[in-house]
Design a protein around this ligand. Structure first.
Ligand SMILES: *[C@@H]1O[C@H](CO)[C@@H](O)[C@H](O)[C@H]1NC(C)=O
Ligand SMILES: *[C@@H]1O[C@H](CO)[C@@H](O)[C@H](O)[C@H]1NC(C)=O
Ligand SMILES: *[C@@H]1O[C@H](CO)[C@@H](O)[C@H](O)[C@H]1NC(C)=O
Ligand SMILES: *[C@@H]1O[C@H](CO)[C@@H](O)[C@H](O)[C@H]1NC(C)=O
Ligand SMILES: *[C@@H]1O[C@H](CO)[C@@H](O)[C@H](O)[C@H]1NC(C)=O
Ligand SMILES: *[C@@H]1O[C@H](CO)[C@@H](O)[C@H](O)[C@H]1NC(C)=O
Ligand SMILES: *[C@@H]1O[C@H](CO)[C@@H](O)[C@H](O)[C@H]1NC(C)=O
Ligand SMILES: *[C@@H]1O[C@H](CO)[C@@H](O)[C@H](O)[C@H]1NC(C)=O
Ligand SMILES: *[C@@H]1O[C@H](CO)[C@@H](O)[C@H](O)[C@H]1NC(C)=O
Ligand SMILES: *[C@@H]1O[C@H](CO)[C@@H](O)[C@H](O)[C@H]1NC(C)=O
Length: 399
């Protein structure tokens, strides 16, 4: 008796939810099938349903851009795959543009209280893009996921593969967490997976990136031309093939004051990378200004990294220009601690501040880095170092 009534009750409540003004409880999306674009049904479901399930084993064909912004209380249970159809002419014309560093994106997701999880995959289908970029260096390639004006967002337990460009862009986010995300960008041709940064963070407050594995071709985590990014924790990452954890480059644009403050990057494994822990800022004439304050890099284990520990405050600036126009990005209260492993050249740490005393309170503790053949050189310029590893650097060059 009770059992036969149950479907009726479910149907009744289902109808009640469907007609209520608020979001329906849960919707399951099935791919429309070969040759069809699933973007419209995906957008409609995200707007109408508090939970959107993409079942395991199914692949949504995302062929047109996704604007899912301004949502409240949403759960995307991505158990299957969303694959971004590599229609290069379409996306280069229609990807959502971000004038910031001339980026476009497949998908803007924003609003308040949003969870994305489920064990599934965002597939950027990047191979076609890596190959096309090799013959057209001005090709605009889409960022896979852009969290745009997103507050209280959690992205966890998913895979992201073959992004054409950066995997994630956090733009004007507040309280955004990425946890247990696995990234892989691997080109199967001779053309590399360039610019596939794991995360770029811009104008955001309170961001956590944790427990993730990243195999890519550019920055693992980057705080780009950042205007104002504060209170970021990056913890327990395994980055392979990247350009490192990078604060900057900052101070690039005239009239812009960049701030990156209160960042901790801890327990990071960095392998086969261009950089380990890095801060970079522009100097020279006609550039911008800013402040990098209270940054801690701790517990890095590095293997075959070209530049394991870096400050470059004359980034892309000649020595003469840096002397004439010192950086106006002031760097203060920086700690590099417990960083071990191997570099690919004998210079394992290079803390090069701009002339004019632009770096203050820079501490180096417990550095155990070696170059190939066990030789290690520690270089510095225009900085007074403190900490138990300061003596490794000797007297810094002052210009
Ligand atoms: C995806 O959708 C586009 C546009 O409708 C279509 O051209 C393409 O064949 C579809 N891809 C797949 C794998 O179904
Ligand atoms: C996204 O959609 C919202 C309305 O749903 C609109 O206000 C906004 O302008 C759109 N964003 C872009 C970049 O098109
Ligand atoms: C290269 O990419 C740009 C930007 O997407 C585009 O405008 C241009 O037509 C492309 N050039 C060629 C030769 O395809
Ligand atoms: C931050 O977001 C998380 C979801 O990731 C949420 O549980 C938490 O309550 C939010 N914190 C604040 C202060 O709103
Ligand atoms: C991480 O996410 C994967 C699915 O992507 C899941 O299988 C695994 O259990 C998660 N790990 C933890 C510690 O939650
Ligand atoms: C980190 O990644 C490298 C290469 O992918 C792998 O060899 C290593 O086992 C990973 N370490 C951890 C702790 O996941
Ligand atoms: C930096 O962290 C301190 C301590 O938590 C906090 O008082 C301060 O407001 C933070 N700075 C910014 C800019 O959020
Ligand atoms: C520095 O930033 C960390 C977070 O990375 C924060 O816990 C700490 O309180 C900040 N210190 C100061 C003096 O603001
Ligand atoms: C110098 O920076 C360290 C963090 O690296 C901080 O704990 C300390 O308070 C700072 N010292 C001064 C004088 O601000
Ligand atoms: C190093 O410290 C001395 C003494 O406080 C100071 O005069 C000098 O400007 C500092 N140099 C740099 C490069 O910060």
């Amino acid at each position: 008796m009770h059992l036969t009534l149950l479907p009726l009750l479910v149907a009744f409540f289902g109808l009640a939810f469907a007609t209520a003004p608020s979001a329906r409880a849960s919707c399951t999306l099935k791919p429309l099938g070969q040759g069809k674009d699933d973007s419209p049904q995906f957008i409609a479901a995200m707007q109408a349903c508090s939970t959107v399930v993409i079942p395991e084993g199914s692949t949504l064909n995302i062929s047109t851009r996704l604007n899912t912004t301004g949502l409240t209380n949403r759960h995307l249970s991505l158990q299957g795959t969303m694959r971004f159809n590599p229609n290069i002419p379409y996306w280069s014309e229609n990807g959502f543009p971000f004038p910031f560093q001339t980026q476009i994106t497949f998908w803007i997701l924003g609003g308040t209280n949003i969870v994305v999880d489920g064990g599934g995959t965002l597939d950027g289908a990047g191979q076609a893009w890596y190959d096309a970029f090799a013959s057209n260096s001005s090709l605009l390639r889409p960022v896979t996921l852009t969290l745009f004006q997103a507050t209280n967002v959690l992205v966890q337990d998913i895979f992201m593969i073959n992004s054409p460009e950066w995997f994630n862009f956090v733009n004007e986010g507040k309280n955004v967490t990425f946890n247990n995300v696995t990234f892989n960008a691997a080109s199967t041709s001779s053309h590399g997976a360039s610019n596939t940064d794991g995360w770029d963070i811009y104008r955001s407050d309170t961001v956590v990136i944790s427990n993730s594995v990243i195999n890519n071709g550019d920055d693992c985590v980057s705080f780009k031309v950042s205007l104002h990014t504060t209170n970021v924790l990056v913890a327990n990452l395994n980055c392979t093939g990247s350009h490192g954890i990078s604060v900057g480059s900052l101070g690039q644009f005239a009239g812009v004051f960049d701030i990156v403050e209160n960042v901790t990057a801890t327990n990071i494994r960095m392998s086969n990378a261009e950089n380990g822990a890095r801060i970079k800022a522009f100097a020279g004439s006609g550039v911008g200004s800013g402040m990098v304050n209270n940054i801690t890099f701790s517990g890095f284990i590095e293997s075959a990294v070209d530049n394991p520990v870096v400050i470059d405050q004359c980034y892309e600036t000649s020595a003469a220009d840096c002397e004439a126009f010192p950086s106006n990005v002031f760097i203060s209260n920086i700690l590099f601690t417990t960083i071990s492993g191997t570099g690919t050249s004998s210079v394992v740490a290079d803390l090069a501040c701009s002339p004019g005393a632009r770096c203050s309170n820079i501490t180096v503790d417990n550095l155990a880095l070696t170059g190939p053949s066990g030789k290690a050189e520690f270089e510095c310029q225009n900085v007074n170092l403190t900490g138990n590893a300061a003596s490794l650097f000797g007297a810094c060059t002052v210009t």
